[in-house]
Design a protein around this ligand. Structure first.
Ligand SMILES: [Zn+2]
Length: 133
């Protein structure tokens, strides 16, 4: 997806704030471009996985749809491993066809890596994260 630097910064800031636990949230898009970032609470509060409360998820999705946008991506962080989908992510993604998986990697220290993937039927394809000015 295309995403403005300030929205990307919001995702990275959230990942740093919740470290060493994984963070998670959603990105609304309009025609493939990010329009807003919605931080969610990782109710698992774990460095190894994330869970979102069903009611919070429903409220966020409803808000995005009511604004006329779509769910473009679900983001989360990997605080100790590479920003590449785990088997848990692949399993989770089966419920969200067509939604990008943005993963923030914090394991490299100062320079967080942000990568995005489409996961379709268990097949992982990296897609570009294009910085919008
Ligand atoms: Zn993951």
């Amino acid at each position: 997806m295309r995403i403005a630097q300030d929205l990307l910064d919001a995702i990275v800031d959230h990942a740093r704030r919740d470290a060493p636990n994984e963070c998670c949230g959603m990105v609304a898009t309009d025609d493939g471009a990010a329009v807003s970032v919605h931080a969610a609470e990782n109710t698992a509060a774990s460095p190894f996985r994330f869970e979102v409360d069903g009611l919070e998820l429903h409220r966020t999705l409803t808000g995005i749809e009511d604004a006329g946008y779509e769910l473009g991506a679900i983001y989360h962080s990997h605080t100790r491993s590479e920003p590449y989908p785990s088997q848990t992510d692949v399993n989770f993604a089966a419920n969200w066809p067509g939604v990008e998986w943005i993963i923030v990697g914090l394991a490299n220290g100062d320079e967080p890596l942000v990568r995005s993937f489409l996961i379709d039927d268990g097949v992982i394809t990296e897609v570009p994260v294009e910085r919008d000015a």
